[in-house]
Design a protein around this ligand. Sequence first.
Ligand SMILES: Cc1cc2nc3c(=O)[nH]c(=O)nc-3n(C[C@H](O)[C@H](O)[C@H](O)COP(=O)(O)OP(=O)(O)OC[C@H]3O[C@@H](n4cnc5c(N)ncnc54)[C@H](O)[C@@H]3O)c2cc1C
Ligand code: FES
Length: 302
Amino acid sequence: MKEKHTVEIIKNKKIAKNTFKMIILAPLVASEAKAGQFLNVFCKRGDLLLPRPISICEIDIKLNTVTLVYAVVGKGTAEFAKMLSGEQIDIMGPLGNGFYIDETNNNHLIIGGGIGVAPLLELVKNLKGNKTVYLGFNTEPYLIDEFNRYADEIRITVENKIETGDGSLETGDGSLSESKDGTEKESLGTVFFGSDNNSGMSQKVPSPMTLKGNVMDLIKENTPKADMIYACGPKPMLEAINGWAEEKEIEAQFSMEERMACGIGACLVCTCKIKKDEDREWQNYRVCKDGPVFYRDEVMWE
Ligand SMILES: Cc1cc2nc3c(=O)[nH]c(=O)nc-3n(C[C@H](O)[C@H](O)[C@H](O)COP(=O)(O)OP(=O)(O)OC[C@H]3O[C@@H](n4cnc5c(N)ncnc54)[C@H](O)[C@@H]3O)c2cc1C
Ligand code: FES
C-alpha cells in the first residue's frame, strides 16, 4: 500500500544494545509484503519530515502483524524507541522489491551483518531446502532463537569484544568470551547452532572452531555449499561476499542500503550504479524502487 496509513504498535521492546523490536498490527502490509521489502516509517516530531526506511523482519499473516527490528542511530529511530504498545504510528509500504526465490535452488546460504540480519528472517522462513545462516554482530547477537526455528544450521560471530578489567575479552552481553592469550574460556567467539528438524528441538552446540572475526572469516573457514547466497549488511561485507561468490561461481542477491528521502522512486536520492544487462552501460538505478535487492552481477562495487 503506497499511501501513508496509521497502524497500532502491539509491542516495542529492546532486544540488544541500541536495538529494538517493534510489532505492528498492519493487516494490509502483512497480506502483501514479501521478504526483503521495507516500510517507510514516519516520525511524530514535526521537524523530522522524512520517513525512515525499515525492513520487514517478519510477517505473521494469521495475527496480521509485521515485525520491524531497528537500531537506534539518530533522532528518528530514537523517537521510535520511546514509543509504547497501543500507540499509533504512520507507515507506508510494503515498498521496493524483495528477494527472488527460485524453487529449483536447494542449498541456500543466508548471510547477515549487523542490523542487516533483520530482513533475512522472513526470507529464511520462506525458503525451501537446506538453509545455512551466517550472522555477524558487532557486540551482541539477537534474533538467534527466531533464526534457529527455521534454519538448518546457524553460525554466528561477534566481531568486537569489549575489554574487561582483568585483561580478558568478552562480547557485549558476556555470553561469548576468550582469555587474554586467545585461548577460549567457556564458549567460543563463534557459536554453531544446529537444528534438529525431525524433533523440532534445537540444540546449542559450541562450535569446534576458535575463530574470531567477521562473517567473511566464517565463510572462509567453513566454505559452505550454496546454490544461492542472500546477503544484507554493511557495504564492505557485501563487497567481500561478492568477491568470494564470484570466485566460487555462486549466484548471489544483495539487499543494498542507501540514504533515502521519498522511498518511492520520486526524488533520486538513493540512486546507485547498476548494470542490468551485460551489453548495457552502467546506469543509475533507485535502490528504493528498483531494489533494494539486486543480483550480484548487477551491482557496481566502487
Ligand atoms: C531499504 C532500507 C532498509 C533498512 N532497514 C533497516 C532495518 O531493518 N533496521 C534498521 O535499524 N535500519 C534499517 N535501515 C537504515 C535506517 O533507515 C536508518 O538507520 C534510519 O533511517 C536512521 O534514521 P535516524 O533518524 O535515526 O538517523 P539520522 O541519521 O538522524 O537520519 C537522518 C536522515 O538520514 C536518513 N538515513 C540515515 N541513515 C540511513 C540509512 N542507513 N539508510 C537510509 N537512510 C538513512 C534517515 O532516514 C533520515 O532521513 C534501512 C535502510 C534502507 C535504505
Ligand atoms: S529515496 Fe527517493 S528515489 Fe529512492
